[in-house]
Ligand binder design. Structure first.
Ligand code: IPD
Ligand code: CA
Length: 261
């Protein structure tokens, strides 16, 4: 894909993110149909409706590119080019009418059997009307203005966001770490939308975001945005489909955060 194709893909992803974001805005304070729920998670009918809307717009622009989304796949999810989509990141917030949730869309390319690389990333917060975009090799942008990660080197002054994934095993592993982390940094924040936490790192609002057991659609777009803002998107596959542990940071704090035990 050429740079101009990436630009076209970005514009298409922005259209899709804005359309889904509008649907989210229209429904924030309405009663939502719950398709399924578990101890720490909810799945809404609106998750599916937003993904269908995104799929339609992406498919119209790029009929040959398949899609891997939280709410299912369209085409071959292992094809050399694929969209990776979280139609609503922060579904639990959204269900309760908390206006902190977003749409996340990434375009990934795989060259000759190598790992997938994200080349385009879009994260849209429809409640603050904040749109983060990135094309690999270009500066990350928030509403068109280029952004940069924070410069902080010290844990003592850091704002670190942490996510608690949905399983008991992840909670059991994360809580002891949280107990230590909270004593070492200025503030810990748990805001409930991983993709937004990553864009906050990219914008220098947070110094780092940490989560264990996070899924690809939550982090693909945000990861590129962090990298294009000068930060580090450290992630490692863990057991489970499309599952990772993650430290997205300004690049100066990751080792310090990982050495807290
Ligand atoms: C979840 C949110 C949450 C994070 C979970 C994600 P969802 O995504 O980003 O903050 O801790 O790991 O799965 O279910 O709202 O799309
Ligand atoms: Ca989701």
């Amino acid at each position: 894909m050429t740079f101009s194709e990436h630009t076209k893909a970005l514009a298409c992803a922005v259209r899709a993110a804005r359309a889904a974001g509008k649907l989210m805005r229209q429904n924030l304070n309405k009663t939502k149909k719950i398709n399924s729920s578990s101890a720490h998670d909810i799945k809404l009918d609106l998750d599916v409706r937003c993904q269908k809307l995104i799929e339609k717009i992406l498919h119209t622009g790029f009929p040959r590119i398949s899609l891997l989304g939280e709410e299912g796949v369209a085409g071959d999810p292992k094809a050399p080019q694929r969209w990776v989509v979280d139609p609503i990141d922060g579904t639990v917030n959204f269900t309760y009418g908390i206006p902190h949730a977003c749409v996340s869309i990434a375009l990934q390319i795989q060259s000759r059997g190598a790992a997938y690389e994200t080349v385009v990333g879009v994260v849209y917060d429809p409640f603050c009307d904040e749109l983060w975009t990135a094309i690999r090799g270009q500066p990350a942008r928030l509403n068109g203005q280029s952004i940069h990660v924070s410069q902080g080197k010290s844990l003592r002054e850091a704002i670190v966001s942490i996510g608690f994934a949905k399983s008991k095993a992840n909670l059991d592993r994360t809580l002891p770490y949280f107990n230590k982390l909270v004593r070492r940094v200025r503030k810990v924040r748990m805001m409930g939308a991983a993709a937004l936490a990553m864009t906050y790192v990219a914008s220098g609002r947070f110094d780092a975001y940490i989560e264990r057991g996070i899924r690809l659609w939550d982090i693909a777009a945000g990861g590129l945005i962090v990298e294009c803002a000068g930060g580090e998107f450290w992630h490692e596959a863990v057991p489970g489909q499309h599952t990772y542990r993650l430290v997205a940071s300004n690049g100066r704090l990751r080792k310090k955060l990982q050495s807290i035990r």
